[in-house]
Design a protein around this ligand. Structure first.
Ligand SMILES: NC(=O)c1ccc[n+]([C@@H]2O[C@H](COP(=O)([O-])OP(=O)(O)OC[C@H]3O[C@@H](n4cnc5c(N)ncnc54)[C@H](OP(=O)(O)O)[C@@H]3O)[C@@H](O)[C@H]2O)c1
Length: 337
């Protein structure tokens, strides 16, 4: 598996990052139950094939994702790069920042994180600056090797730059249905040598062509701004979505796949990595087979005509979603700025 070094760090990440949101899940969790045995097999397969990067968060399954990953990395920790994300800490929580990071190190059974990111920004500038300062201080104390951010738009990135925080990575949604970062975020990150970790490459499976119709997509995977919130109680964006444009895109991907002989999931993931500035794609994998297919996608170089066809097919949806960066909240309620 191809790896790349993040600018201004000595951290080499694989172009495929294993998304660990489902790890430690139980019945009733967002992704349902995932056994520790399944996590062990996935992590071992990833490491054996040179996929060294794992993305978890304090918030995934209330710390059980971190615990599960830590268990699975026992004896092989030095082969892995762990990206972890800390929720924005309130003013009351900030004095406990270092302790919160130490608690996460315990759950992960390690003594240092490779990358720690702020999971979501806030528009409260004082609080954002205080969180960025706390992040920088845990780096200076050696608890983490490098720091980054997640879901940061142009304004929040500027705040970090003004403070001199050495942001190595911005983890943000990017896929054929979600191209909002192309206008500003991607160029800013490229100019400032901030890596992009593109999350949700398959739009939770929708871009892999596994659903015959929109109605077949489980409601929780249809909560995002592209879908009509009026018919989905799990949705919170309140908008009418862009379902006609989604259908145009999904049908075009089906046709491009049939004509090229390239599976839809491979088209979707390989398209992302063909964009300059993307360092890694963060893909949730529920099985070793999915991991292998996503790894194959990362190593696939799509022909120029296929890339152009995918660009064109996703253009109407991109235009309808102009200015939208937050997958779940739109307009003034967007948390990404
Ligand atoms: N920073 C953030 O705010 C943020 C937000 C969201 C996600 N993330 C990170 O990004 C990761 C990926 O996001 P995600 O899991 O929501 O979306 P995703 O990677 O687009 O979709 C993952 C799901 O798609 C299906 N799948 C995976 N590989 C497949 C393949 N080759 N063919 C067909 N289906 C396949 C699996 O679901 P089924 O088999 O169950 O259908 C899997 O759980 C997360 O694990 C997390 O680490 C970060």
């Amino acid at each position: 598996m191809e790896q790349m070094t993040l600018a201004h760090t000595d951290i080499r990440i694989s172009r495929l990052t294993v998304g660990c949101w489902s790890f430690g899940g139980e019945a009733g969790s967002y992704w349902g139950a995932q056994s520790q045995q399944a996590v062990h097999e996935l992590v071992a397969e990833a490491l054996d094939s040179g996929i060294n990067t794992f993305d978890t968060a304090f918030g995934y399954n209330d710390g059980r994702s971190e615990q599960s990953l830590g268990e699975a990395l026992k004896g092989r920790r030095q082969e892995a790069v762990i990206i972890n994300k800390i929720p924005l800490q309130t003013t009351e929580q900030l004095p406990g920042y270092r302790q919160a990071v130490e608690d996460c190190l315990k759950r992960l059974q390690t003594d240092q994180l490779d990358l720690l990111l702020i999971h979501w920004p806030t528009r409260d500038l004082t609080l954002l600056r205080a969180n960025l300062a706390a992040l920088q201080s845990v780096k200076e104390s050696g608890l983490v090797r490098a720091v980054g951010v997640s879901n940061f738009g142009p304004g929040a990135l500027q705040v970090a730059r003004d403070m001199g925080v050495p942001v190595a990575l911005n983890e943000i949604a990017y896929n054929l249905m979600t191209r909002g970062i192309e206008a500003e975020v991607l160029p800013i990150c490229r100019k400032n040598q901030i890596g992009i970790a593109a999350y949700m490459p398959l739009m939770q499976g929708i871009l892999a062509g596994k659903y015959e119709s929109l109605a077949d997509i489980p409601p929780q995977r249809r909560r995002s701004i592209q879908f009509d919130s009026r018919i989905n109680p799990e949705s919170r964006h309140g908008g009418t979505g862009a379902e006609a444009e989604v259908l145009i895109l999904l049908e075009a991907i089906r046709q491009i796949s049939a004509a090229s002989g390239i599976p839809q999931s491979i088209l979707a993931t390989a398209w992302i990595l063909a964009r300059p500035g993307v360092s890694t794609v963060v893909a949730g994998c529920r099985s070793v087979d999915q991991l292998r297919e996503n790894a194959q996608a990362v190593e696939t170089r799509l022909p120029a005509d296929v890339l152009a066809a995918l660009d064109q097919a996703s253009q109407p949806l991109l235009e309808k979603m102009t200015g939208e960066l937050d997958l779940w909240q739109s307009g003034a309620a967007s948390r990404i700025w």
